[in-house]
Ligand binder design. Structure first.
Ligand code: FE
Length: 152
């Protein structure tokens, strides 16, 4: 059963997610796996556009805020819209990190670190598998016209 409750959240059963997502997308978004460094499809992608959640389609990051961190994963200085990501303390794997999640479907995206080069000082280190890229020219056709108006 899929439904968007009044809080705007997307909630699906694990079986539904498993059916809709590729095995890699499922492992990252629903099981908090991390793709191996330097293996994701968007790590070196220079195209201009928007990265949306591979699970629910919510806009997450802009190519304008993407930078080459050399860490092996797509890296961004900040989210496209702050409220579109949630951040939670993560003490798994013997580290203290800040997990980054999609605020609409609670999908795991990656982690944020304080070693970024830009004015924010942040590095959102995000799994390619959690993202879907939409070229700027295709945004309106894919229903993201209001978003473009919002971010200018
Ligand atoms: Fe999502």
């Amino acid at each position: 059963m899929s439904d968007t409750k009044t809080d705007g959240k997307v909630r699906k059963s694990e079986a539904e997610w498993r059916k809709e997502l590729t095995p890699m997308q499922y492992a990252v978004l629903r099981e908090k796996a991390t793709e191996r460094p330097f293996t994701g499809e968007y790590e070196h992608d220079p195209r201009k556009g928007t990265y949306v959640c591979a699970g629910c389609g919510q806009t997450l990051f802009e190519s304008d805020q993407k930078f080459d961190s050399g860490c092996g994963w797509p890296s961004f200085s900040k989210p496209a819209i702050e409220s579109h990501v949630d951040e939670e303390r993560d003490v798994s794997h013997g580290m203290i990190r800040t997990e980054v999640l999609c605020s609409k479907c609670d999908g795991h995206l990656g982690h944020v670190f304080n070693d970024g080069p830009g004015p924010t000082g942040l590095r959102y280190c995000i799994n390619s598998a959690s993202l879907r890229f939409i070229h700027r020219d295709d945004m309106v056709a894919q229903g993201y016209g209001d978003y473009l108006d919002q971010v200018g």
